[in-house]
Ligand binder design. Sequence first.
Ligand code: ZN
Length: 291
Amino acid sequence: MPELPEVETVRRGLAPAMEGASIKKVEVRDRRLRWPIVKDFEKRITGSKVEGLGRRAKYLLADLSSGDVLIMHLGMSGSFRAGKDAKATKPGVYYHERSKSTAHDYVVFHMSNGATVTFNDPRRFGSMKLVPRAKLDAEPLLRNLGPEPLGNEFDAAMLAKACAGKKTSLKAALSDQRVVAGLGNIYVCEALFRARQSPKRRVSTIADRNGKPNARAQALVDAIKAVLNDAIKAGGSSLRDHRRADGSLGDFQHNFQVYDREGEPCLGCKGKVKRIVQNGRSTFYCPSCQK
Ligand SMILES: [Zn+2]
């Protein structure tokens, strides 16, 4: 599933095609996404202007002049193409390849600036949901999300507080969207390696008895911000590089230090990267470097 850096790169790639333009027409070719697209979807958004395209965790939020916010999620396999006809580019940096088949183009936005924005999703776990702006705070998809990891409010004290009393592992805690929003398997593994902390470590050890953060909490926060910023920067460079308009990960996949590198040499010591399974997902780490 695309994680925060991928979604942010998609947002930056779609913004020039959508922001400030009106939706002249929308074609819904198949309503069966994760949740069916509502029947009055076309009626509600046609003619409205996209006043801004934002992001919260892994959700894209298009703020419409109609008073609705269009919440879009890529699910497992969703991707967008944006542009004018043959020059369409596919913004995003994905480790797992996206579909190239137009058979799964389910929603097409025709913008007043001449751009076309197409949503493609072979596995249909993506979503398109309209929510009145006034009801956004109560929206179930967003309501329980933890802080944005790149925001100022996400710091060691907040992380320690969110983890206080939890008996789970660091891997499980950082993957929990209520603790911090937008991280998934790839970036949790990478951040833990950068912070030199074991994915198996009990999360309560990042705080003292009173819930005050220790150096481990600070190291985790620093590592999370650094790995996300590096990935977004790499995504940005792949956007500018038209040879990578197919949505490949650009340079960042070569920067993975542990993710998907089972048995390969650790970049921090003479050991090898190990893979274990936690909560049904693969975790990659170095048992020597990460304690
Ligand atoms: Zn190592």
